[in-house]
Design a protein around this ligand. Sequence first.
Ligand code: NDP
Length: 241
Amino acid sequence: MKVALVMGGARGIGAAVVQRLAKDGAAVAFTYISSPDKANDLVASIEAAGGKAMSIRADSANPEAVQAAVESTVAHFGKLDILVNSAGILHLESVENFKLEDFDRMVDINVRGVFVAVQAAAKAMKEGGRIVTIGSVSGVKVGFAGSSVYSMTKAAVATLVRGFALDLAPRGITVNNVQPGPTATDMNPPDAPYLDAVRNMVPLKRLGQAGEIASMVAYLASDEASFVTGSSFTVDGGYTA
Ligand code: NDP
């Protein structure tokens, strides 16, 4: 049985990844920070279906907590085969008003948190390990005023992934990045005033579903993706086409 750790797995894209990897037969640990009830419900639903899951409270902005999450996963399930980083935050603000504490917080979670998770997980993984990050199409196309810093963090993730892939190739560990387009999660609540405009910018004229992002993650985390590393894959309904 493969063992996976999903950073930020209690809701949104991360939760869809947790569900999909569990459905595909993995034991899945996942972290949360503000959603303990959703984390408990998700563990209960996977266990009710005969799977194995555990939740770990860990702030991705705290390197010790991220390291401890990797250690807890290995202690509980005996090994680590797959790391997925979905934890991320979005703060939109024009450059004139962007507060430095918001800049630092977004970099701490979206970039340093990914670095620390990959560093800790890579040490625990053996040959055949799989690392998948959730970047964003915003790393390719900024698209909207106010998204400069968020887009920078996602471009940074895509570049880190290329470097990590080279670092870890000698050990047979692959590293890839999934770049969702606008996806229906709490990050894009249904009452957001910009949603109609966003839908119109997507050739398929709708937001993606979290499960559609998880499908790409599941492929990259599988044995089938053994020759895929250092790549970013957009799943965006044609938004960047
Ligand atoms: P949500 O806002 O629905 O969920 C955010 C997730 O990140 C939650 O699991 C949350 O945990 C976790 N998280 C946030 N801050 C921290 C932290 N400090 N420590 C640990 N976990 C944290 O977002 P999505 O599911 O939409 O986003 C998931 C990823 O996908 C993000 O990296 C995002 O940037 C990216 N993305 C999303 C797109 C979209 O349109 N939705 C498009 C492109 C990329 P908790 O529930 O405990 O708060």
